[in-house]
Design a protein around this ligand. Structure first.
Ligand SMILES: [Zn+2]
Length: 440
C-alpha cells in the first residue's frame, strides 16, 4: 500500500534496480553493504514525502510500516513541522497535544543530547501519532541534519526518553550528460551539476584541456558522481565525482576516481594520475649553474633577483616541455633571445630562454606534452655561454622550480593497476550507460 511515491523516490528505486550490482562493485575501497541498498529499496514503500517545492509548513504524511496490514492494525502517522523564527521546542510540543508538564519533561529528555535553545528556523521536527489515538503524541524527531536526529518517545510509564539516532546515508551513482554550446561550466549547470562538482571537474580536466582553445560548440560530456540518499529514499546531498568523459573535436578524455595504496586520486584510463607535475629539470644531462634568488648579473653587473634556474649544456641539446600545456608565446628579445613560454594547468607558466632555435611546429596555440622537445640550447640574448634559463611562474609571479611542492604524480602498476582496471571498467560502464564490455 503506497500512498505517496514522489518522483525522486521513483528515480531512486529505478536507479537501485539498475545499478545495484555496479554500485556495490564500482566503488572499490568504499564498501557499500548490499543490505543498506535493500533497506533503501524497502523503505521507499514505507513512507512518502511531499514534493520539495510544496510551500506548506505542516504536512500530514501517511506512513505504512506494516508488510501486510490487517484492516484493524493501527497506523503511525507522521507530521513534519518546520521551525519558524522565534518558536521554541516547548511551544512546538505544546502545539502537538502535550501538557505543559509533559512538554517540559520531553524538553529535558532532549537536553542530554541537544540544547533545545539551539533550535533554529528552518529545522524540521517530525511528530508521530497512531491513527487510533490521534490526540496522543507517540514520538517526535528533532532533525539536526540529514544524518542525525534526536528522537523523543513516550515510555510505558508516560515519561519521555530521548535517543541520539544516526541515520546512514547511501551513496548512489548519478549520471549527467550534456552538450556544450558555450562553456563547459555553463553546460554543466544546465545539466544539473552543482558548482563544487564542476569546479573539481574543470580543475582535473585543466591538466589536459586548454579551456580557452580546446572547447568547441557541440563537444559533449558525461559526469558520474555520488548522490547520498537517506533511508527513506530522500536525496540528501551530492558526494564526490566518480568518473567523467569529455569529448572534444579530436580526442576523448576520461578520468576515474580510485582508492589506492596512497589514498584517493583521479586517474586516466591507463592508470596515470590526472594531476600532473612540472619537470624540475626540463633538460637532460645538464648542470645547474645558477639557482633561484638574488645575485649579481654576470653581464649587467648589478644585483637582481634571478627568477629561474640556469642549466649549462652544449649548444643543440634538446629542451623538453616541463609539463603538458599550450604554447603561449615564441619570441626573440634582447635579454632572453629566442624563448618559448608554455601555459599549464592551474595558473602555471614556464619559460625557456637563450635557445638556438625552437623545435619544428612550436608556435603559439600548439599543445605540447610533458617531455616533448620544444627547442634547443643556444646562447641567444644576454648570456656568457650556452645554457638554458628556465623559469616557472604561478599566477604571474616567478617561483623556485627546485622547491615547489607539486601533488604526487603516479602511474599505477602491478596488482594495484589490476584493481584500478576493474574499478575503471565498472565506472566506465555506468558512465557510458552500457554493461561492462568483455576485454580480451
Ligand atoms: Zn638565468
Amino acid at each position: 500500500m503506497i500512498r505517496f511515491v514522489s518522483s525522486a523516490q521513483t528515480m531512486v528505486r529505478t536507479m537501485i534496480g539498475m545499478m545495484r550490482r555496479p554500485v556495490v562493485r564500482a566503488i572499490a575501497g568504499v564498501t557499500i553493504p548490499v543490505a543498506l541498498l535493500i533497506l533503501v529499496d524497502l523503505s521507499v514503500h514505507a513512507r512518502g514525502v511531499p514534493a520539495e517545492d510544496e510551500p506548506v509548513d505542516e504536512v500530514a504524511i501517511t506512513a505504512v510500516v506494516v508488510d501486510s496490514p490487517s484492516p484493524t492494525a493501527p497506523l503511525l502517522h507522521e507530521r513534519a513541522r518546520v521551525v519558524q523564527r522565534g518558536e521554541t521546542l516547548l511551544e512546538l510540543l505544546r502545539e502537538h497535544n502535550l501538557s505543559f508538564d509533559e512538554a517540559v519533561a520531553a524538553s529535558r529528555a532532549v537536553g542530554s543530547y541537544y540544547d533545545p535553545r539551539r533550535l533554529r528556523p528552518g529545522q524540521e521536527l517530525v511528530f508521530r501519532f497512531w491513527d487510533n489515538d490521534p490526540d496522543t503524541l507517540d514520538s517526535v524527531a528533532v532533525r539536526l541534519s540529514a544524518e542525525r536526529s534526536i528522537e523523543i518517545s513516550r515510555a510505558e510509564d508516560g515519561s519521555f526518553v530521548a535517543a541520539d539516532v544516526h541515520r546512514p546515508l547511501t551513496p548512489i551513482p548519478a549520471l549527467r550528460t550534456g552538450r556544450i554550446t558555450g562553456s563547459l561550466y555553463g553546460a554543466g549547470v544546465t545539466a544539473g551539476l552543482d558548482a563544487n562538482l564542476l569546479a573539481t571537474l574543470i580543475q582535473l580536466f585543466s591538466f589536459d584541456v586548454d579551456f580557452q582553445r580546446d572547447i568547441h560548440p557541440g563537444n559533449s560530456f558525461s559526469v558520474l558522481f555520488e548522490e547520498y540518499y537517506d533511508e527513506d529514499g530522500h536525496w540528501v546531498r551530492n558526494g564526490s565525482l566518480l568518473s567523467a568523459e569529455l569529448v572534444l573535436n579530436h580526442r576523448t578524455l576520461r578520468l576515474f576516481r580510485h582508492y589506492g595504496e596512497n589514498g584517493v586520486d583521479f586517474y586516466d584510463p591507463t592508470g596515470r594520475t590526472v594531476r600532473k607535475t612540472l619537470l624540475r629539470t626540463p633538460i637532460e644531462g645538464a648542470r645547474l649553474t645558477s639557482g633561484f634568488g638574488r645575485r649579481t648579473h654576470p653581464i649587467l653587473g648589478f644585483s637582481h633577483l634571478h627568477p629561474g634556474l640556469d642549466f649549462a649544456a652544449p649548444i643543440g641539446t634538446p629542451i623538453n616541455a616541463a609539463g603538458d600545456g599550450t604554447v603561449e608565446a615564441v619570441r626573440n628579445t634582447t635579454g632572453f633571445g629566442i624563448h618559448v613560454i608554455l601555459r599549464h594547468a592551474n595558473g602555471f607558466r614556464t619559460l625557456y630562454a637563450h635557445m638556438s632555435s625552437t623545435a619544428r611546429g612550436i608556435r603559439p596555440g600548439v599543445r605540447v606534452n610533458q617531455g616533448q622537445v620544444i627547442g634547443f640550447v643556444g646562447m641567444t640574448g644576454l648570456t656568457t655561454g650556452p645554457h638554458l634559463h628556465y623559469e616557472v611562474h604561478l599566477n604571474g609571479a616567478p617561483i623556485n622550480p627546485a622547491t615547489i611542492q607539486f601533488p604526487p604524480e603516479r602511474t599505477l602498476r602491478g596488482e594495484e593497476l589490476e584493481r584500478f582496471q576493474q574499478n575503471r571498467a565498472h565506472l566506465e560502464s555506468l558512465l557510458l550507460g552500457s554493461p561492462p564490455r568483455n576485454e580480451a
